[in-house]
Design a protein around this ligand. Structure first.
Ligand SMILES: [Zn+2]
Length: 200
């Protein structure tokens, strides 16, 4: 597999996967490399996420980087002026206009790195992520380790009081580490009747 970013102009790359797959670590690793090369780098995140620190993006492994919390895409684009590289963490929490915002920045010559959950706890495409994935030049889908069987995990299981969350529960619950697990397809309880398709 050959993965070559463009030599000139901007582009969009997406890092996705379930929780605990190292998306924020990978984002920070890429931005640090760019910083070392002397590029002007800025990391953004939606203001909704105040899990650890309002001013930082912190991975579950504890790797951190200063970030600008923004209320929306217009603020993000305005503050990205003068940057060479822009990171957008927790991209799934932005409104749908993040797609146009990211493309506008890329068209304007910036390297844009968006990281986020590709699927919600029901395994459904999460917010603007499907379109970001479709329109990106480069995509990396990271895997975590399944909390149950140790296999490669591509989904996030939401647990309420230790039990799989109902399918019609709230999608966005920011916070507690112990209410989510990374799981493989076989171990994920999607809470929907996939079996109906197989019974026909
Ligand atoms: Zn498993």
């Amino acid at each position: 597999m050959i993965r070559v970013p463009p030599r000139r102009g901007g582009w969009l790359e997406v890092v996705c996967g379930p929780m605990f797959s190292g998306k924020s670590e990978e984002m920070i690793r890429r931005l640090r490399r760019a910083e070392i090369a002397g590029q002007r780098v800025l990391l953004f995140k939606p203001r909704i996420d105040d899990r650890y620190d309002l001013a930082d993006v912190v991975s579950h492994a504890g790797v951190r980087m200063s970030a600008v919390a923004v209320d929306g895409c217009a603020e993000l684009v305005a503050r990205a002026r003068g940057c060479d590289v822009v990171g957008i963490d927790e991209a799934q929490f932005f409104e749908s206009s993040i797609v146009d915002a990211a493309l506008a920045l890329a068209d304007g010559g910036l390297r844009v790195i968006a990281a986020g959950l590709d699927q919600d706890f029901r395994r459904l495409p999460f917010g603007p992520m499907p379109e970001l994935l479709a329109r990106a030049e480069l995509v990396d889908k990271l895997q975590a380790v399944c909390h149950r069987c140790g296999g490669p995990a591509t989904t996030t299981q939401r647990l309420v009081d230790g039990r799989p969350a109902p399918y019609d529960g709230e999608t966005i619950v920011v916070g507690a580490l112990d209410s989510y697990e990374a799981r493989c397809r076989d171990c994920h309880s999607a809470g929907q009747d996939s079996a109906a398709w197989m019974a026909a």
